[in-house]
Design a protein around this ligand. Structure first.
Ligand code: BJ8
Length: 419
C-alpha cells in the first residue's frame, strides 16, 4: 500500500491506533487467502482492492469530495443504493467485522450486544476507519433493537438519517416504506444539492441491477460440482461489493466469471461436502466460519445472508415514467428481502430450503452473531423446516474473537462426518 498518512491525518484519524490495525490485517489476509490452492487469476483484482482498502479507494472518495461530491455510509441492505447513486453520491458499507474495534465500542455500548454493532461504533469512536471518516452522512434503519438505539449515540459523532423500516409486509407497510424512500430522496437531494430525476434514478437502478446480475452469475457458477471458486473467495468479493466503485466492480466480477465459465468446462470431481451457510452478515474482515469450514473437507457453496443472496437476489424494475413509479419498483424489490427483523419471516425459511436444493447442499450451518436475538430465535423455524426436508444442520452462535475457533472446528468436523 502507498503512503496515505497525509490523507488519513487530513481525515482526522488516529494514526497511531490505525497503525496497529494495519499491522495485523495483511497477515490475517495472507494466512486466510493467499494459502488457498488453485485460485482463479481473476481474484488478483480483489486481492489488490483489499490490499488498498484503506488507501486507493479512500483517495477516490477524497477526490470525489474535493469536487463537491458526498459520501454516504450504510449498514443494511434495505437502504437503496440507487437513490445515493442518483444524487451523484458514493455509497459505502460501514458494517464492521473485526474484534479490533469491539473494545472501543464497549465504551459506550453494553458488552452483551451484537459484535457488529459494537465494532462499527468502535470504528467511529477510535477514528481508525477511513470510510467512516469520509462520510458526510450515515443512514441507519429501524431493524434490530441494538442498531436502532445505537443510532442515537452515533448521531453525536456523525449526522445520521434513520429510515423507518416496517417490521411486517402488509399493504400498509409497503406504503410506509415507499414514504420512507421518498423522504430519503429528499434528504439526499438536500445534502448533495442534486435533484433526483427519473433519468438519474433509472441510471442508479441500472448500475445496481448490473452489479446484482454479476453477483448472481457468480453465485450460479457455484452450483457446478465442484464449485469453481472457494466460498472464502466469494465472501471476499461480496464484502468488497459494499465499498468498491460499482461499475468497475461489476466489470471485474464479470471478467472473473468468464474465467470460471472456462474452469467448469474442464473441472474434475470432488468428494468435498457442500455447505449452505445461513444467518447474519459477515462484514469484512470476518472470514472465521468460512475459513474453518474450508480448512476441512468441505466447500461453502452458497450463503443465505446479507453478504450473500439477500444482497443480490431480485432486481429493481427499470420500467416507469415517474419518480413515483420508480419508488414503487424500489419498494417492491427491497421489501422482498427476508430479514429476521420481520415477523413473520417464512420467506427466509423457504429460501433456505430452495437454495439447499438448487445448490445441492449436503448440510446447512445456521450461524448468527452473539446476541442477535432475531436470528437466534428464528433458528427454531429454520431447524424445523430443514428437519422436515431431511437436510442436516447445526446452529452456531459466535462473535469476532478467535477464542471459540477450536470448539467450532470440532463441531463442524463432527457435522461433516455425520452428513
Ligand atoms: S437486512 S440482517 S443487514 S438488519 S446488527 S440484525 S447481526 S443484532 S445486520 Fe442486518 Fe439489514 Fe437484516 Fe441484513 Fe443481528 Fe447484529 Fe442486529 Fe444485524
Amino acid at each position: 500500500m502507498g503512503d496515505y498518512r497525509k490523507l488519513w491525518s487530513d481525515l482526522g484519524m488516529d494514526l497511531e491506533k490505525h497503525d496497529q490495525l494495519c499491522a495485523v490485517l495483511p497477515g490475517l489476509f495472507s494466512d486466510t487467502y493467499l494459502n488457498q490452492e488453485n485460485r482463479p487469476d481473476g481474484m488478483n483484482y480483489f486481492n489488490f482492492v483489499f490490499s488498498e482498502v484503506h488507501g486507493l479507494r479512500i483517495q477516490e472518495l477524497d477526490e470525489h469530495k474535493k469536487k463537491g461530491g458526498k459520501v454516504i455510509g450504510t449498514f443494511c441492505v434495505f437502504v437503496p443504493d440507487e437513490v445515493i447513486f442518483a444524487a451523484n453520491a458514493i455509497a459505502v458499507g460501514l458494517c464492521a467485522g473485526s474484534q479490533f474495534w469491539v473494545e472501543d465500542g464497549e465504551k459506550v455500548l453494553p458488552r452483551n450486544l451484537c459484535p457488529l454493532i459494537k465494532a462499527f461504533m468502535g470504528a467511529k469512536l477510535s477514528g481508525t476507519c477511513p470510510y467512516f471518516e469520509s462520510c458526510d452522512m450515515v443512514i441507519g434503519e429501524t431493524t434490530c433493537d441494538g442498531k436502532k438505539k445505537a443510532w442515537e449515540i452515533l448521531d453525536e459523532y456523525v449526522p445520521v438519517h434513520v429510515m423507518d423500516l416496517p417490521q411486517m409486509k402488509r399493504e400498509k407497510d409497503y406504503k410506509m416504506w415507499m414514504d420512507e424512500i421518498k423522504i430519503f430522496i429528499s434528504k439526499m437531494e438536500e445534502l448533495t444539492g442534486n435533484k433526483v430525476t427519473v433519468e438519474s434514478l433509472k441510471e442508479g437502478i441500472k448500475i445496481a441491477n448490473a452489479k446484482r446480475r454479476a453477483l448472481k452469475r457468480l453465485s450460479d457458477l457455484r452450483k457446478h460440482k465442484p464449485s469453481p471458486i472457494s466460498g472464502l473467495d466469494v465472501l471476499l468479493i461480496s464484502q468488497i461489493a459494499f465499498n468498491d466503485d460499482p461499475i468497475r466492480f461489476t466489470e471485474k466480477l464479470n471478467e472473473l466469471c468468464d474465467e470460471l465459465d472456462e474452469r467448469v468446462k474442464n473441472s474434475s470431481t470432488s468428494d468435498k461436502k457442500r455447505i449452505l451457510i445461513t444467518g447474519t452478515p459477515m462484514a469484512i474482515p470476518n472470514w472465521k466460519l468460512h475459513s474453518i469450514i474450508e480448512s476441512l473437507n468441505a466447500d461453502v457453496v452458497v450463503e443465505e445472508t446479507c453478504t450473500g443472496t439477500r444482497y443480490f437476489e431480485n432486481e429493481v424494475s427499470e420500467e416507469g415514467d415517474t419518480i413515483e413509479d420508480l419508488i414503487k419498483n424500489l419498494a417492491d424489490r427491497y421489501l422482498n428481502i427476508n430479514c429476521a427483523c420481520f415477523t413473520p419471516n417464512h420467506g427466509r425459511t423457504d429460501d433456505i430450503i430452495r437454495y439447499s436444493k438448487e445448490y445441492d447442499a449436503d448440510g446447512v450451518i445456521d450461524c448468527n452473531l452473539s446476541f442477535c436475538h432475531t436470528y437466534a430465535i428464528e433458528h427454531n423455524e429454520v431447524e424445523k423446516a430443514l428437519r422436515e426436508n431431511n437436510i442436516p444442520n447445526i446452529h452456531i452462535e459466535t462473535d469476532y474473537s478467535t477464542e471459540d475457533s477450536g470448539q467450532i472446528k470440532t463441531r463442524v468436523e463432527a457435522f461433516l462426518e455425520m452428513i
